[in-house]
Design a binder for this molecule. Sequence first.
Ligand SMILES: [Mn+2]
Length: 334
Amino acid sequence: MTEFDPNLVAVKNGQFFGLPYSPEDAAIVVLPLPWDVTTSYRDGTSRGPRAVLDASYQLDFFSPYRAEAWKTRIGTAPIPPSWLEKNIELRAKAKKVIEALEDGAPSPQKLLEEVNREGAAFHAATEAAAAKWLSADKKVLTLGGDHSVSLGPIRALAARQKFSVLHIDAHADLRVAYEGFEHSHASIMHHVKELPSVEKLVQVGLRDLSPDEHQEIARNEKITAHFDWDLRRATASGTAWNEQCKRIVEPLGREVYLSVDIDGLDPRYCPGTGTPVPGGLEYWEFFALLEEVERSGRRFVGADLVEVAPSKDSEWDANVGARILFQLCQFLRS
Ligand SMILES: [Mn+2]
């Protein structure tokens, strides 16, 4: 720590932001999960962690949310090479399943079963990885990958405590299964809301969902959704964003897990993401919402940032992703 100068250029040391903390020494462990097996529209989120890491070296160490932000002990968990290999192998198999569906052909059952089985094994492994850091009294910040990667770390947290989930996304992600995949990115919040430790699911920015998902939101008392069109109507009729934030956080319990799908923000912040949708939160609206969570006396117990995918020939997506990642780490600092 004595040798670290936050006013100098970051060293590319393989750790996010070039910070000098090993995950063992850290208070917050960034867990990169480069996984996009069941991506339905366009892939690339598995390259997110690497791109965000590269972009993270150019950040300055200032945060409006915590004093001396560079002292936030952020460590980087290692990525087992086997996960990268498994992702490539299974992604090819999942693609065949999706192509068969799109051609109206019968689903290749054996391939589908294999993707589901191996996907379950991956999520069990990431749950164990997150549990290891939680047991050592650290907070875990998962970096995807597609949104399915949140499952293991959320399960690990749910094995230890109760919490509410604040979910920023263009999509509801409440499908029971999608394209036959049990652990699809489009099913993540279906699995999460079923966990007994999850007391509430508050969704913000939704603007692309199925009639079934809409019905589930209306039916399920655990879920409160703030559709993007309603938020915009409220803004248009003069309700300040701060007032809307107060209403959004109201159902959340004291302990809050934050799940951020980057496509919840306006797509100009994430042009390379897997399933971009027009509309969405502004960058500072997003942070104002997180500030309201804290101002109201609640605290963040864990978080994920998912669906960041590098655009072709542009570092913009990763640049935005790295900045959000850094500030999320600050919000996780107690
Ligand atoms: Mn999502």
